[in-house]
Write a protein that binds this ligand. Structure first.
Ligand code: GLN
Length: 310
């Protein structure tokens, strides 16, 4: 297959990738620290590509909802940045952490200011600030995802949220620790409830590829209104590239060459600015919490199409 031109449909390349993935034995394991996620079939695989005009292509389980988890951190960041602008960066950094997504270790050295908005500590800060500004951070997020995906049926998965809350000691520790530095406004239990609801949102590859399209459209929402300035959209894409897959961000950039964001539900979103967005889902994770087949599929996509930011 040659390098893609702007008029090419993405369907054949997605089909080819799905065939290749099917031929490679499934590897990785579903997240087991959130019991409700452990039950997923690691062989599930879906992939969608959305063009900026809303055309979506897909293969496999691309219409099956899965737990969005940390993918939602991209959207809460966008929603908060749109409201508060650069003041946010006094409360959370923009550097890769080089540590696992739920690590506590850097926080004390860095006085309760998390390295970036995509590790759990940073996402807690962003959700806290969005909650202060809107009174309902997770509700704001859900409304945004419904509007951008065009799917009014998107909803929270109460079982996943409850399962995570019941095993949420580490996120609670992060929240309380940052509160001790004055970097959390809301009561920590309120914040955790918001954060677990946020992570529990169930959505398909098609939904999430469409919901990410504002980043391919340089900040413009599905209805044509502007959420982010072009510069802010560029900034979020840059943070996805450097921090979106945690301590594997270097390897993800090396293999895939796109801004991306993973979640422990096995989903990964990625952006080809100006051209398309992608969402791939397969629940088997590597030891850093990224979908094994998902990264492989995105690697194949950029290799086969020649579409990457490099
Ligand atoms: N990497 C992830 O998807 C982590 C999100 C998960 N809800 C957690 O806080 O542990």
């Amino acid at each position: 297959m040659g390098i893609m031109t702007s008029s090419t449909t993405f369907q054949p390349v997605l089909e080819r990738i799905a065939e290749e993935i099917e031929r490679t034995p499934g590897s990785g394991r579903p997240a087991d620290y959130i019991p409700a996620l452990a039950a997923r079939d690691p062989r599930s695989f879906g992939m969608a590509a959305a063009e900026p005009d809303g055309t979506v292509y897909g293969v496999g389980d691309w219409r099956q909802p899965f737990s969005a988890q940390s993918i939602t951190k991209v959207f809460t960041l966008a929603l908060d940045l749109a409201r508060e602008g650069d003041a946010l960066w006094e409360h959370v950094g923009r550097e890769p952490s080089g540590n696992p997504f739920n690590s506590l270790i850097q926080l004390e050295y860095e006085n309760g200011i998390p390295r970036n908005p995509f590790i759990n500590a940073g996402a807690l800060v962003v959700t806290d600030r969005l909650h202060t500004r809107t009174g309902d951070a997770s509700g704001e997020l859900l409304a945004f995802l419904r509007a951008e995906s065009g799917n009014p049926g998107l909803t929270f998965d109460k079982d996943v949220a409850a399962s995570e809350a019941a095993h949420g000691d580490r996120n609670a520790a992060l929240g309380h620790f940052m509160a001790s530095y004055g970097n959390i406004d809301n009561p920590v239990p309120t914040l955790l409830e918001q954060y677990f609801r946020q992570c529990s949102i169930a959505a398909s590859c098609a939904d999430l590829a469409l919901a990410t399209s504002f980043l391919a459209r340089h900040g413009i929402r599905a209805d044509g209104t502007r959420l982010l300035t072009r510069r802010q959209a560029k900034q979020i894409n840059a943070i996805m590239l450097t921090c979106g897959t945690y301590d594997a961000a270097g390897d993800f950039a090396y293999r895939v060459g796109l801004p991306g964001k993973s979640g422990v539900g096995g989903g990964i979103i990625a952006v080809v600015p100006g051209r398309c967005t992608l969402c791939v889902w397969s629940p088997g994770l590597d030891e850093r919490g990224n979908s094994v087949a998902g990264v492989a599929a995105l690697d194949r996509f950029t290799t086969l199409t020649g579409l990457s930011v490099f």
